[in-house]
Design a protein around this ligand. Structure first.
Ligand SMILES: C=C(O[C@@H]1C=C(C(=O)O)C=C[C@H]1O)C(=O)O
Length: 317
């Protein structure tokens, strides 16, 4: 399913609409300003995919001229004549479930819109207080259509919505930059962890690998912090306290999750990761004012910091 250049649905990345990947204009929120004026201004400020929610059929010619798709709110959805006129524009439509609208009704209305000639249907789960993620899952499974989670102006549930299977996150128009960034971050990281992408060209495949690398970097940073904690807790930390048997167990456990790579290919990768963590831990311990002594009091007979890693140089290999 495509809205201008934006691909939505399984195999495609999670999109942020109302922010990063597409914008939309709510004409009901624009007061009495003429649709043509509002949409022309938005169009000149934003070259990407643009959607618009009409107030009435009078807004449709301007939407046809300036926008790539239509957002239909629950009231308009239940208005058969307006819904049909919107569908006849032939543009993709986003159908927003309103408060109390049963899922069965939303699915029926989606089928009607498709039959009436719209250019593709996207469902949108929207509810005061946050999207119903169980309903979102069911809507996706039963309809086979892409599903968005409407988050309003709050990205707190963005990650949960992505994990529940949302194909896109719909933010209110005018969401603040921090909320947009948070939603985009959740779409990137949770998308990389929970969603299989099926990119169709080199540029899309590189964008997909960038998302996986973003998740990897986040986890590597977290891993290095934990490895540093372990160095402080071990009787002998750092390179001097290296534990080959434990490292073999780490690789063997990872190989179960990464069977195509397998233990033989993972071993040198994890060796580099482990050594980077140990090097960082030693550098940070060396930078502490007390040389890391506060991490563990010296034991009987010890006069140094009692941490193998503190004094040892970086491992040569
Ligand atoms: C973290 C530890 O210290 C070292 C680093 C390891 C790692 O980064 O996974 C594993 C074993 C040790 O060589 C540990 O002993 O668990």
């Amino acid at each position: 399913m495509r809205i201008a250049g934006l691909l939505l649905g399984d195999g495609h990345p999670v999109a942020v609409l109302g922010g990063h990947d597409a914008r939309w204009v709510s004409l009901p929120a624009a007061g009495g300003r003429p649709a043509g004026e509002v949409l022309a201004r938005e169009r000149s400020a934003w070259p990407g995919p643009l959607l618009a929610e009409p107030r009435s059929a009078a807004d449709l010619p301007a939407i046809a001229r300036h926008a790539d798709g239509v957002v239909i709110g629950p009231a308009e959805l239940r208005h058969p004549a307006l819904r049909q006129e919107i569908a006849r524009l032939g543009r993709p439509v986003v159908l927003r479930r309103g408060p109390g609208m049963p899922l069965a009704e939303l699915l029926t209305l989606a089928d009607r819109c498709a039959a009436e000639g719209c250019g593709g249907v996207v469902l949108c789960e929207s509810r005061t207080g946050g999207p119903d993620l169980a309903l979102l899952r069911e809507a996706k499974e039963r309809s086979g259509r892409p599903v968005l989670a409407a988050l309003g102006g709050d990205a707190a549930l963005a990650g949960a919505a992505v994990a529940a299977g949302a194909d896109g996150l719909l933010l209110d128009p005018g969401a603040d930059p921090q909320t947009i960034a948070e939603a985009h971050e959740a779409a990137t990281l949770l998308g990389a962890l929970t969603r299989r992408e099926d990119p169709g060209d080199l540029a899309a495949a590189r964008r997909a690998i960038d998302r996986v690398d973003a998740a990897l970097a986040t986890l590597l940073e977290r891993r290095a912090a934990l490895a540093g904690t372990i160095q402080r807790l071990k009787p002998v930390g750092g390179f001097r306290g290296r534990d080959p048997e434990r490292e073999r167990q780490v690789v063997a456990a990872m190989a179960i999750r990464a069977p195509r790579l397998g233990a033989a290919r993972l071993a040198p990768i994890m060796n580099a990761v482990i050594e980077a963590g140990l090097r960082l831990a030693e550098e940070e311990a060396g930078a502490e004012p007390d040389g890391g002594r506060s991490a563990r009091p010296p034991r009987d007979g010890e006069d140094g910091p009692g941490r193998g890693g503190v004094a040892s140089p970086p491992h040569p290999g």
